[in-house]
Write a protein that binds this ligand. Structure first.
Ligand code: K7E
Ligand code: CUA
Length: 647
């Protein structure tokens, strides 16, 4: 008896007070995907300061893949293989990390088309394009004249452009070495429109718009009737350069900025753009050579609203705006002031009328400011505290996240009535309705990406897992179904029906299409070549051996390149490659692919190498040796596989 009572006490005291599971009835069933069954949606979620993007199944919350984007990933050799290193090149040189906040999925006619995902690098401004056939990063473009690419990478209705709005305004051009106290005079902001090639997806900076020195936070493209427009939230219209928590919260209202990008295109055509000399890296991964190249570009086209009337307008928005979201019809633009007590909803029709009748309250640094009341559809009253982001379903409802009051609030776009609210555990940032930012929301769920985990999971030292929560929205009331942990900080996610991706998923790279210059086309071509102190090992891997697997005649101070071609042509049979003492990472080589590891042997002796990915019953036998001799030695360069040991 006593033993049992003790056990119970201990059990209870393990679980901190205040934890609520709040699930009921059929919730478990709704989130349960039986073993061997597929999820209904892919959820692409940013990794925040992990610099990666992760892919989960919904409704199960199961983690499928971590896609390295802006950060090196030794698990996959990304940023470690010679072929992938150029992906992380920038105008500052090789950068192994960044902070990815927002995934955006490509759309055609405003509907998910399953072709690409984009992600933003917040710290060293860049945009990445991920190929959804391979779930790999295919391209990264750096954004010049930017100081923190937060307002990014949102897409237009046909993925004509992805945008990049600078979070920090910075001095630019010839006058960059200036006192910080000259902020108002010398600091400027930009928003960039990055074109996306319809067939190849290839990115290019089409133009930038030069703006006053405010901070751009988030953005959404117009769609439907507002196609051709882009909306950006801005804060720090005070243009403070220190202690922004106080100094950038002085004014009652900041802005949502409306950009007529069709008009901007006309100005570009008419030659209104100024060519500015800049420096930025453009990195592209070539699917047939399996190799990335990095090019440094030197010029960008800049439009100044002074020379381009009717292109940019400001709308007052209370107070320190964060999210800025357009509804599926394109009529409503929802602002979210972090410190505001209401949610302002703007009407695109009214914006157009106000522009026509020049219903301005004045200008801000030469850019017309529309009258708040003239462009307002209405305000959602007493919705909650600290509204951040809004997503939509297909039935005219909006779902807004509230950081401070830690909840999701459902409200109706037409009459702005609050319909339902559910708590989140805890302090939600972004939220995601599958298809929520598109013209055709798939609905069914809303996912909360939380900022604070606190007592939801078993403790893991000072830092707890990051966390997301899944709610059903198919009834009148939102219902919590599931908590699931995430990798990195899950700022935002987009979800897409699995069927849109499954049929296009790459299974192997065809060997006959492999144009890597270091390809070893079949075992008979395996060889080792010396060029001065460079040694090139042309190696193959197939279950379950390397060719060659015995190499001699390598010398100290040699620079050795292992070019490993995986000869397999079956789905899901990668081979790995690692050599003792290599101070980078493994290679993980997909079927039909060639990847290269650079090794600078620093010790005399015989160095083991092996396959790192369990590939067959005889995976553990997939190994070999490399003999390293002194620099002046005359051991000849030899290589073999299957030569028997001398008795
Ligand atoms: Cu709200 Cu960087 Cu989109 Cu995080 S941001 S929450
Ligand atoms: Cu190849 Cu293990």
């Amino acid at each position: 008896m006593i033993g049992l009572a003790m056990a119970l006490t201990v059990f209870h005291s393990c679980k901190p007070k205040g934890v609520q599971s709040a699930v009921s009835g059929d919730s478990a069933v709704k989130a349960y995907v039986p073993p061997g069954k597929y999820d209904e949606f892919y959820n692409f979620v940013s990794g925040g300061f992990s610099g990666q993007m992760s892919v989960y199944g919904l409704p199960s919350g199961r983690l499928f893949r971590v896609i390295p984007v802006f950060s090196v990933d030794p698990e996959k050799g990304y940023g470690y293989s010679e072929e992938s290193k150029p992906m992380l090149n920038t105008s500052h040189g090789f950068i192994p990390w960044d902070d990815l906040h927002h995934p955006a999925l490509s759309v055609t006619d405003g509907i998910h088309d399953g072709r690409w995902a984009f992600g933003n690098a917040n710290n060293t401004p860049r945009i990445a394009r991920i190929d959804l056939k391979t779930f790999r990063t295919a391209e990264i473009i750096e954004i010049p004249n930017s100081g923190g690419n937060h307002s990014s990478p949102f897409v237009t209705e046909n993925t004509e452009y992805v945008v990049a709005g600078t979070r920090f305004s910075v001095p630019m051009g010839d006058k960059v070495d200036v006192p910080i106290s000259t902020y108002k005079e010398n600091f400027r902001g930009t928003v960039s429109f990055i074109s996306v090639n319809k067939e190849s997806g290839r990115l290019g900076i089409a133009f930038q718009i030069l703006l006053p020195g405010i901070n751009f936070d988030l953005a959404r493209a117009g769609k439907g009737k507002s196609h051709g427009w882009f909306f950006f939230s801005c804060y720090n219209s005070e243009r403070a350069n220190t202690l922004l928590e106080v100094n950038a919260s002085q004014k009652d209202k900041d802005f949502v900025m409306a950009v007529n990008w069709k008009k901007a295109e006309e100005y570009v055509k008419a030659g209104k753009g100024m060519k500015k000399s800049v420096k930025y890296a453009h990195n592209v991964y070539n699917e047939s050579t399996h190799t990335a190249t990095s090019t440094i570009e030197n010029e960008v086209l800049v439009l100044d609203p002074k020379d381009c009337p009717d292109m940019v307008y400001f709308m007052p928005c209370p107070k320190s705006p964060h999210g800025c979201d357009t509804d599926p019809s394109g009529e409503y633009i929802v602002g979210s002031g972090k410190l505001a007590a209401v949610i302002p909803v703007f009407s695109f029709t009214k914006i157009q009328e106000a522009i026509q009748s020049k219903n301005f309250e004045g200008d801000y640094e030469g850019i017309p400011v529309l009258k708040y009341d003239a462009v307002l559809h209405g305000e959602v009253k007493k919705p909650g505290l600290g509204p951040l982001h809004t997503e939509f379903d297909a039935n005219g409802n909006a779902y807004t996240s509230f950081f401070v009051s830690s909840e999701i609030v459902k409200w109706r776009l037409s009459d702005l009535q609050v319909l339902d609210r559910v708590p989140t555990y805890y302090s939600i940032g972004h939220l995601c309705v599958p298809g929520g930012p598109t013209k055709k929301p798939w609905g069914k769920y809303v996912i909360a990406y939380n900022k604070i985990t606190k007592d939801r999971y078993l403790p893991t030292g000072p830092e707890l897992t990051q966390s997301a929560q899944l709610y059903s929205i198919d009834g009148d009331k939102m219902k919590l179904l599931l908590d699931f942990p995430t990798i990195g900080e899950p700022h935002y996610g987009e979800a897409i029906p699995a069927e849109l991706l499954v049929k296009n998923s790459t299974k192997i790279y065809k060997l006959e299409d492999n144009k890597n210059p270091y390809l070893t086309a079949g075992e008979k071509n395996a060889r080792v070549e010396r060029k001065g102190n460079e040694v090139h090992v042309y190696m193959t891997s197939i279950r379950s051996h390397f060719n060659p697997d015995n190499i001699e005649g390598i010398k100290l101070n040699d620079v050795v390149y292992f070019h490993v071609t995986n000869l397999e042509q079956d789905w899901d049979v990668p081979h790995g490659f690692a050599v003792k003492g290599a101070n980078n990472a493994e290679l993980l080589i997909m079927p039909g692919e060639t990847q290269t590891l650079l090794w600078r042997p620093d010790k005399i002796g015989v160095h083991p190498m092996y396959c790192t990915d369990f590939c067959s019953a005889l995976h553990q036998e997939m190994q070999g040796y490399i003999r390293v001799s002194p620099a002046g030695s005359n051991i000849p360069l030899t290589f073999s596989t299957g030569k028997t040991t001398k008795e």
